[in-house]
Design a protein around this ligand. Structure first.
Ligand SMILES: [Zn+2]
Length: 278
């Protein structure tokens, strides 16, 4: 008798549960069918879906090191930037297009979002007030929850940022140990790499230009200014010194070919000074 009661009870709970599920699915279908907000969203999606450019969720780059020491060196921030500069330079146009696409999707998405805000303000909950006979099993509060959730779920979710994963790794010769370090970069990090590439190009150009400025006339002007004697040891050509014009701050360190940065040195003093900088 007691067992029978329990079986009945379980049966009733199951039936109630099933009925609740059915009502829930009827409710969701009715909201989908009669919600003006969702039909507006659907129209907006049809317009925008084809406008967003397809992008991959993640882009993977690998830097496999051939020694543990290199792996350790390659895992710090400035080494990552160096590696990325070389990597991106290989196909700069591809990466620039990728970033431009991200920006395009981003600005389009902002526009799409602002339309969403507008239709939400106008239509959220309104269809319930106008067609409440279509929602016999639904309170306004439940209706709003369902409508808002569907509104969120059915929105387009285009890719609006880059996700580049750089994996630095090292595998020991026997394959026993593997060291892996992942770095994630977004569109800003990649654009920082472009900036660095440009800076380096400009610097290389300026080094070349500063070397070109070092003409025979300039050389003579400095020798004459320094009375044809070494500015460190004081020797002259008559003492057997071979005189050279030296950049005090080397061109490779950003020094300019201007009188204030130039001086006369003998070959020996110039060699000695050169070693200081290396
Ligand atoms: Zn000297």
């Amino acid at each position: 008798m007691f067992m029978l009661l329990i079986i009945y009870l379980v049966l009733i709970i199951c039936i109630v549960f099933i009925i609740k599920l059915i009502i829930k699915s009827v409710n969701i279908n009715n909201v989908k069918k009669y919600s003006k907000l969702l039909s507006e969203l659907n129209q907006l999606n049809q317009i925008y879906a084809s406008k967003f450019y397809p992008l991959s969720k993640k882009y993977f780059i690998k830097n496999e090191c051939n020694s543990l020491q290199k792996f350790r060196i390659n895992c710090n921030d400035s080494a990552i930037v160096n590696f990325m500069c070389l990597y991106v330079k290989e196909d700069e146009n591809y990466w620039k297009n990728l970033c431009a696409t991200v920006h395009y999707n981003n600005s389009l998405y902002r526009k799409y979002k602002s339309y969403l805000e507008t239709i939400k303000k106008i239509h959220l909950g309104k269809s319930y007030d106008e067609n409440s006979k279509h929602f016999p099993f639904l309170s306004k509060k439940r209706y709003l929850i369902i409508e808002e959730k569907l509104f969120q779920d059915l929105q387009l979710k285009p890719i609006i940022d880059l996700c580049v994963i750089l994996t630095v790794s090292y595998t020991s010769p026997a394959g026993r140990n593997r060291y892996v370090c992942d770095f994630q970069m977004d569109v800003n990090s990649i654009e920082y790499v472009f900036k660095k590439i440009d800076e380096r190009k400009k610097f290389e150009e300026s080094v070349k230009y500063q070397r070109q400025l070092m003409t025979n006339a300039k050389r003579y002007e400095i020798l004459k200014r320094d009375h044809f004697c070494c500015q460190i040891c004081g020797r002259t050509q008559s003492d057997g010194a071979k005189l050279e014009v030296d950049h005090i701050i080397p061109v490779s360190k950003g020094g300019k070919t201007v009188n204030e940065n130039l001086r006369t040195l003998c070959h020996e003093c110039n060699q000695g000074k050169g070693n200081q900088y290396e």
